[in-house]
Design a binder for this molecule. Structure first.
Ligand SMILES: [Fe+2]
Length: 315
């Protein structure tokens, strides 16, 4: 199965602290399941890369260098009693898109309702190995019906890597997930939205109110820990490491090696930064920037994971 890892995840995610489950206050039992750690995010990034979303979409985007995945999550449901028409994106100049593709539970057919420009309701039927992608002002809804076993979609929010579009894009991405990635590649967290403000309403874009997103929390609020055990060998200033579980080999430069060693015990971003500032002749700002990039890189490689200091999202 093409997305076998996600079919399993949809089944077990609610009991796995590495994942975040949100439920919109719609007429349905829809659950959105997303990664709550950078290592988990990498699972969605891997699928995004595997089906090469970037190659199919880059010509439609204003890019610095690459198509950015902001969030990946599963949408799973077994019943819906009434449609809930809404738009995902509004006024982003089509610099951000949603991709939906079925993972499991397709059965005899599952579909998406949408409105044509005439206002007439039409229906798109999901097919295995096919995805639907849409951007600004696409009015759509889950259709009423039931599904046993539950129907599960893999969803990507993705688009430009330019930060000047972020203000518009952030109004949508982060509603279904907590951990998100900004256009510049930095990870942030969104607070849980109010249940009744989960999505944009399907009104004329200029008239639509932005939804009640709260401020994003920065990675400084997180505790970083090692996610794997490595076999290590010092080679001059560098570290050559093997992940025996996955058979991957890594070369860590002097600073990365230093940070890896410091993470023998979990540490907050601020603690790591303070220790590095004491050892390296570098400005506070540069240190923070480079540490963020390094942690992001280590997380992408699956070497470290992050969690909130108190395990929850507050102020
Ligand atoms: Fe939607």
């Amino acid at each position: 199965m093409r997305f076998g890892e996600f079919a399993e995840l949809a089944r077990i995610a609610e009991s796995d602290p590495e994942y975040c489950t949100r439920r919109p206050s719609w007429n349905s039992d829809i659950r959105w399941i997303s990664a709550d750690t950078m290592a988990g995010f990498a699972t969605f990034q891997s699928a995004f890369d595997r089906i090469d979303v970037a190659r199919h979409t880059r010509e439609f985007l204003d890019l610095e260098s690459q198509v950015r995945l902001y969030a990946g999550f599963l949408h799973t449901r077994s019943q819906c009693s009434e449609p809930n028409f809404h738009v995902d994106w509004s006024l982003t100049n089509n610099e951000a898109f949603t991709l939906l593709t079925p993972v499991c539970g397709l059965g005899d057919g599952q579909s998406l309702l949408y409105k044509k420009l005439t206002g007439e309701v039409a229906e798109y039927t999901y097919r295995p190995g096919e995805a639907i992608v849409f951007g600004d002002h696409f009015i759509h809804s889950t259709p009423p019906g039931s599904s046993d076993p539950p129907f599960t979609l893999l969803v990507f929010n993705f688009g430009t890597d330019k930060m000047n579009h972020w203000d518009k894009i952030r109004k949508t991405t982060g509603t279904q997930c907590r951990l998100i990635r900004r256009p510049d590649g930095q990870f942030s967290r969104s607070e849980r939205p109010q249940g009744n403000k989960v999505d944009n309403s399907a009104v004329i874009p200029e008239m639509s109110e932005s939804i009640g997103h709260s401020e994003y929390l920065c990675v400084e609020r997180e505790i970083y820990r090692r996610a794997v055990e490595l076999l290590e060998a010092d080679v001059n200033d560098e570290l050559v490491a093997l992940d025996p579980a996955r058979g991957n080999c890594f070369g860590l430069n002097a600073v990365a090696k230093d940070v890896w060693r410091k993470l023998e015990t979990p540490k907050s971003f601020n603690d790591l930064r303070a220790e590095l500032l004491a050892e390296y002749d570098v400005s506070e700002e540069q240190c923070a920037e480079e540490l963020k990039a390094l942690l992001s890189d280590l997380a992408e490689k699956g070497l470290i994971a992050a969690e909130l200091q108190d395990g929850s999202i507050t102020d």
